[in-house]
Design a protein around this ligand. Structure first.
Ligand SMILES: Nc1nc2c(c(CN[C@H]3C=C[C@H](O)[C@@H]3O)cn2[C@@H]2O[C@H](COP(=O)(O)O)[C@@H](O)[C@H]2O)c(=O)[nH]1
Length: 362
């Protein structure tokens, strides 16, 4: 019997936070013309490719079978699914993992590292392993192809802490299996998001904006969405309230939204981001321009929250426009499409600066 929700669920808190951020933003807006352009592009794509959850398992790195092992794989990946942003500009210096003759960077390098470990008979998706694995063992799992030229996986210490934290909770309370957490939520995506942020602190993507708490819950929502997509909305992936899940406020989809004109930045924010990017790219100290304020945009900075909150709000406006045009698409499929678009059009996206904060939240 599916759970009937009463108080506002986690994703409703996210959408309400996004609206509040958008209404109180000074440097980021959601232009209606860009929303319309993006909605039309997405509807064209959905008509031509029939974009659906079936796409999820087609990638060579995602599980090809929807079963209990896939849930544990998704949980470990989404617990670590943050901040692959390189600190140097040269692509060949970015953290890279190769598998079956292909090299992967960014999010896919994480998936490749997990799959490589499994090939090496390291039980990286078992809580009994990662809850207590040593820093050396995990540094080996997330090693680069070539430490001589490539930087290490960003934020390795945070990733080790995250694995220990989530693994020990799973062992103590859920028999070591995230599948048990899923099944306890009886088909409610909202309950699962709430349970994840309650039980696993590293998923608590919560901040303060204009003096009040705001909730973004990017990784907790993408975790639920990946399970839903992997199982194509059936079995353990059957949730009765998936349409409440919002866009996942990462650092790629904002680029695609800006590219479509569904997100716009003030001149001063754009100038800051561009200078920060130059500062980061010339990280060897030979900076031709004075660096912006000391350090980069700190995590939780109003500008970072304006970009993330308006991204969620922009996707919601796109979803409403698609719905008003007589088509249906939830925020998840719109998000997946925008993320894949950003990855396919990397060159075009490169001209669009993003906030360069590294954070374990996204
Ligand atoms: N909003 C949103 N953010 C997403 C994803 C995904 C992967 N999902 C795909 C996997 C299977 C399905 O086919 C999905 O399409 C990763 N990320 C985020 O991007 C950032 C990494 O970027 P780069 O450094 O360029 O690889 C990082 O914050 C990561 O958390 C998504 O779907 N939506």
């Amino acid at each position: 019997m599916p759970v009937i929700r009463t108080q506002s669920g986690a994703s409703e808190k996210v959408l309400e936070s996004a609206q509040f951020i958008s209404e109180h933003s000074k440097d980021v807006t959601v232009p209606a013309a860009g929303v319309k352009r993006a909605a039309q592009k997405i509807m064209e794509r959905m008509k031509s490719t029939g974009y659906s959850t079936a796409e999820w398992k087609k990638h060579q790195l995602t599980p090809s079978v929807a079963n209990a092992d896939a849930i544990e794989w998704i949980f470990v990946v989404d617990a670590l699914n943050f901040s692959f942003w390189p600190s140097r500009a040269a692509e060949h210096e970015q953290y890279t993992v190769s598998l079956d003759g292909k090299s992967y960077r960014g999010y896919w390098s994480l998936c490749a590292a997990i799959n490589r470990a499994q090939r090496e008979h390291i039980e990286i998706t078992r809580a009994s392993y990662y809850a207590h694995a040593s820093a050396e063992q995990l540094a080996h799992v997330f090693r680069t192809d070539d430490p001589a030229i490539q930087e290490s996986i960003p934020m390795l210490e945070e990733r080790i802490h995250v694995l220990h934290e989530v693994g020990q909770v799973l062992l103590a309370k859920y028999g070591g299996k995230f599948a048990n957490v899923v099944r306890q939520c009886q088909g409610s995506a909202q309950m699962l998001v709430e349970t994840v942020v309650r039980e696993f602190p590293c998923f608590r993507d919560e901040h303060e904006f204009c003096g009040r708490p705001v909730y973004l819950y990017k990784r907790a929502q993408i975790l639920v969405a990946d399970i839903w997509a992997c199982f194509e909305g059936r079995g353990d992936g059957l949730f009765n309230d998936m349409d409440q899940i919002t866009m996942f406020a990462d650092y790629r989809v904002p680029q695609a939204l800006y590219h479509f004109g569904a997100l716009d930045y003030s001149p001063r924010l754009l100038e800051y981001l561009r200078r920060s990017e130059i500062a980061v790219q010339q990280g060897d100290g030979s900076q031709t321009q004075p660096p912006p304020q000391p350090g980069l945009l700190p995590s939780g900075h109003p500008w970072e929250l304006e970009i993330r909150g308006n991204s969620i709000w922009a996707v919601e406006q796109i979803r409403r426009h698609i719905h008003a045009s007589g088509h249906s698409a939830n925020a998840i499929l719109i998000d997946f499409y925008m993320w894949d678009y950003a990855k396919e059009h990397t060159a075009a996206m490169r001209t669009i600066p993003i906030h360069l904060t590294r954070s374990k939240f996204y």
